[in-house]
Ligand binder design. Structure first.
Ligand code: HEM
Length: 478
């Protein structure tokens, strides 16, 4: 029966068994293209996307409200994340058995602590930027591979908040930490091809030979230990201090367990923010100079209004940068499909199809964000699209336009109760780094280039082209 019910849904790609295999292969490098094709062909109604990690049922605007309201009883997020990313195999069962980092830290405590973390992240950005953009003496500019540089810079600034100094400056640890995401994402895919019983062995073999995860866990250990020994949890100054408020005794006594949790959290916090920072700089390099100047002037005025300090209140006044980032998220999708859930019970979707338990559903950010009914002239990158929609009165309608506000029309940070809990931290960190760069550098493309090359896609993920470079020219601080 299940087969029959599922068979009602159309499938994107070529017909027949060979066509199916071809579509699966195409999904490795062009999931975005397949999703766009399916969306256009079936008019935004549900369809099946075959992939190397199984079939995804891509839902459209008619189903988003149902997913948003979901409380995990029918459309379940944690079970889907476990099956897709295998955190239990790679980081340990404790992460999902007791996800206190999620429930208690990121959802409330971290957001409350962001006030004190912003000036610290700013100081770290000021220290780290000259290391990452080395301008040879006698010259005024440097040409650097942008994506890898931004990921490393973000990793350092993020870790100033996560473990504090000096840990955030331990280059060896940062190198391994950055590699963790680059290994874990493809490895979760590969491990999924093995029977469940073999996965821990294959993962262990990978870790002892090539893997960065165990090395990152080992290197971060002493910094986490220092927080346990010296932290004042009543007056927390890092995210690890916050974690320690809730960590069970057995985890505090078992350093690798706690360190694995921090490495895992770091993983969620690094590449996503690095991708945004990279796209933003490429777009800033393309904007007319007077528009860049508008963004810069607003940043400088906001900092001046706080007595020259780049604090959370000042960042709250970077409206043009906020709009630019929101437009980056609308225009440059990070995933072909996201906000994935697995059905635990039978579920009826908008077109009347009954999905059996175990069905995987997801949303498609790109076509949703390109919908002309929601966004005028969606094919155009308009950095100030969202500031133009603000009244300036700080009303609820204005808040709706901000980068971190979740909505059914803007799903960059997901939807509902599993919408990204780190988004406020992420937005502040990205803005602090970009503000510091904007105030000190001009951005341009290397000779012969006028825009960033096409992003690189693998399975459902899309990242900025890793070889693309940008020229940073030192300017008089604004
Ligand atoms: C620009 C940066 C970021 C983007 C675009 C982003 C995006 C997302 C998305 C799309 C989801 C899934 C939402 C859903 O299923 O509906 C998610 C979940 C999550 N993100 Fe982020 N994220 C970012 C930064 C961060 C940071 C900095 C942290 C950590 C401090 C973080 C921690 C998490 C966690 C723990 C989850 C799982 C939430 C849950 O399952 O309840 N993210 N993020």
């Amino acid at each position: 029966t299940n087969q029959r019910k599922r068979a009602k849904l159309p499938r994107v790609g070529r017909a027949g068994p060979f066509g199916y295999a071809w579509t699966v292969l195409r999904s490795v490098l062009d999931s975005d293209g397949l999703v766009e094709e399916g969306w256009a062909k079936y008019g935004g109604k549900p369809f099946v996307l075959p992939s190397m990690s199984g079939e995804w049922i891509v839902l459209g605007p008619d189903d988003i409200e149902q997913l948003r309201r979901s409380d995990d009883t029918v459309f379940n997020a944690p079970e889907r994340a476990k099956a897709l990313f295998l955190p239990n195999t790679m980081f340990g069962n404790h992460l999902t058995d007791h996800p206190y980092h999620l429930e208690t830290i990121i959802r409330s405590d971290l957001t409350k602590s962001l006030h004190s973390l912003v000036p610290e992240m700013h100081e770290e950005a000021q220290l780290a930027i000259p290391d990452h953009i080395p301008i040879i003496s006698g010259q005024t500019s440097a040409t650097i591979p942008l994506f890898s540089t931004m990921v490393h810079l973000i990793a350092r600034v993020s870790n100033r908040a996560m473990i504090g100094a000096p840990g955030c400056r331990d280059e060896k640890f940062l190198q391994y930490q950055v590699s963790v995401a680059e290994e874990v994402i493809p490895m979760s895919q590969i491990l999924n091809w093995f029977p469940a019983a073999l996965r821990p062995v294959v993962w262990k073999l990978f870790c002892v030979t090539l893997g960065a995860k165990d090395r990152a866990v080992k290197l971060i250990g002493p910094y986490v230990k220092a927080r346990i020994d010296y932290a004042q949890q009543d007056n927390p100054s890092t995210i690890v201090d916050l974690l320690l408020r809730y960590a069970p005794e057995e985890e505090i006594k078992n350093l690798p367990m706690l360190a694995a949790r921090v490495v895992h959290l770091n993983m969620a916090a690094t590449h996503t923010s690095g991708i945004f920072t990279t796209h933003a700089l490429f777009e800033l390099a393309r904007l007319p100079p007077e528009q860049v100047e508008m963004v810069r002037t607003e940043i400088a005025a906001a900092i001046a209004s706080e007595g020259g300090v780049l604090n959370k209140t000042a960042v709250g006044k970077f409206y043009l940068l906020d709009s630019l980032l929101k437009e980056i998220g609308r225009f440059h999708s990070l995933f072909a499909v996201g906000s994935s859930r697995v059905t635990l019970k039978e579920a009826v979707i908008s077109d009347g199809t009954v999905l059996p338990p175990g069905s995987v559903v997801a949303l498609a950010p790109k076509p949703m964000h390109n919908n002309p009914k929601t966004y005028s002239d969606p094919e155009t990158f308009d950095p100030f699209r969202f500031t133009k929609l603000r009244t300036g009165a700080g009303t609820a309608a204005d808040i709706q336009q901000s980068f971190t506000t979740l909505s059914n029309d803007y799903i960059v940070f997901g939807i509902g109760k599993h919408g990204c809990p780190g988004r406020f931290f992420a937005a502040l960190k990205i803005k602090v780094v970009l503000a510091e760069l904007l105030l000190n550098y001009d951005f341009s493309f290397p000779e012969g280039a006028s825009h960033a090359p096409k992003p690189f896609s693998f399975n459902i993920f899309t990242v900025p082209n890793p070889t693309a470079k940008l020229v940073f020219t030192k300017r008089q601080r604004f």
